[in-house]
Ligand binder design. Structure first.
Ligand SMILES: Cc1cc2nc3c(=O)[nH]c(=O)nc-3n(C[C@H](O)[C@H](O)[C@H](O)COP(=O)(O)OP(=O)(O)OC[C@H]3O[C@@H](n4cnc5c(N)ncnc54)[C@H](O)[C@@H]3O)c2cc1C
Length: 358
């Protein structure tokens, strides 16, 4: 492949797309408005699964399952070539009540990627009482490390990264994108790929057609223990606790429809902390290390749009991954690459082209 691409947005979607294209021999430049990997992709928890997979449509779980299945080899390769360990770990997930055990058991029996066990939580974590569901296959990754490794690999493959470069217009002539207007001047290439997360619709402007991607804020808390009090991810309703190897513990999150507003709030901080204490009482005495917010690229039913623009044949989108963009990243990049090269797809991609609405 000797075509060249401009990728708009340097989060996990842009970096993983760039990596796959570079590995096929394309030349690639990523244009990033701020610094690489500082938005939703940095802010996320790194759980490599939908929170309760049985609550999601097949279009979501097919892509998360494919993505999660690629993660072990992907992160191992990144670790080997960059020396940065993204800390992929199959740590398993405990789901605390309320849950519908029957639905979970039936769903997991029908979907090979997961098994589910009805357990006593105390057998898995001495701090937690009562019944639980245990999903041993659920894995996690450390987002900032994954992003650093991806950036380094993209650059070592010859990819160019231009930070502090805002794309303000997509210039079209004769059914093709001719150039991008950016804060660094006019730039052009043979192909253009929008991976601008929550900002993708704004970047596409009049070319967004009926695309429905909008920001959805999520806030997270970070604590540090000397020794992690949990061995597994713990989920209750939509609250999760994610233990890292070195004693850090993340608590998240919220779904707040507040537009492009990154601010954190004391109400959410207190709410997350109090709910987390009910699961893990020792959190009451722990100092809060950090509190942040990120803007997810929200899309209807959590189904991203991946593929060629219906009217502009050198424009592509890989965005709208909402709550599971880290999990979906390697599979989404694979799908987009297959579309660009005309290779056979690994799964039915029709649902990921419906977002354009035409
Ligand atoms: C609190 C929280 C928890 C989450 N937890 C998980 C989880 O456990 N598991 C999981 O799989 N997913 C999780 N997610 C979701 C996941 O993080 C996102 O779906 C994913 O990171 C989206 O990646 P992206 O590359 O599309 O977007 P982003 O990471 O937001 O990247 C988009 C980039 O585009 C750039 N950009 C925007 N406009 C322009 C422009 N005009 N010109 C140039 N550049 C531009 C931005 O600066 C940004 O760097 C979570 C998200 C949040 C916020």
């Amino acid at each position: 492949m000797n075509s060249d691409f401009l990728i708009i947005g340097g989060g996990v979607a842009g970096l993983s797309t760039a990596q796959r294209l570079l590995q096929q021999g394309a030349s690639v430049t990523i244009l990033e408005r701020g610094a690489i990997g500082q938005e939703a992709s940095w802010a996320g928890g790194g759980i490599l699964s939908p929170l309760c997979p049985w609550n999601y449509p097949n279009e979501v779980t097919r892509l998360t399952t494919r993505g999660a299945g690629l993660f072990s080899a992907w992160t191992e390769e990144l670790h080997t070539v960059t020396g940065i360990n993204p800390e992929y770990e199959q740590s398993g997930m405990l789901v605390l009540p309320p849950f519908d055990a029957q639905t979970a058991v039936h769903w997991c029996a029908a979907h090979n990627a997961y098994s589910v066990h009805q357990v006593h939580a105390a057998d898995y974590s001495p701090h937690i009482q009562g019944d639980a569901l245990y999903l041993p296959e659920v894995a996690q990754v450390r987002n900032p490390r994954l992003l650093r490794a991806l950036r380094q690999h993209v650059e070592s493959l010859g990819g160019r990264i231009i930070e502090q470069c805002t794309v303000s217009d997509i210039v079209v002539e004769n059914g093709q994108v001719q150039s991008l207007t950016t804060s660094r001047g006019k730039l052009n290439a043979q192909g253009y790929i929008v991976t601008a997360g929550a900002w993708s619709k704004e970047v596409l402007g009049q070319h967004a057609l009926r695309l429905d991607i909008k920001p959805m804020r999520g806030q997270m808390l970070l604590f540090k223990f000397d020794v992690s009090p949990l061995r597994h991810i713990v989920l209750q309703d939509d609250l999760y606790l994610i233990p890292r190897r070195d004693g850090y513990l993340l608590v998240g999150s919220t779904l707040e429809d507040v537009g492009f507003d990154h601010r954190t709030t004391s109400e959410v901080r207190d709410m997350l902390w109090q709910r987390a204490q009910k699961i893990l009482p020792s959190l009451r005495d722990m100092p809060l290390v950090q509190h942040w917010a990120g803007l997810r690229p929200a899309s209807p039913h959590n189904i991203p749009t991946i593929g060629r623009h219906p009217q502009l044949d050198n424009l592509y989108l890989n965005s709208g991954h909402f709550r599971y963009g880290v999990t979906m990243a390697p599979a989404s990049a694979e799908i987009l690459l297959n579309e660009i090269t005309g290779a056979q797809q690994c799964l039915d991609v029709t649902p990921y082209q419906a977002g354009w609405g035409s």
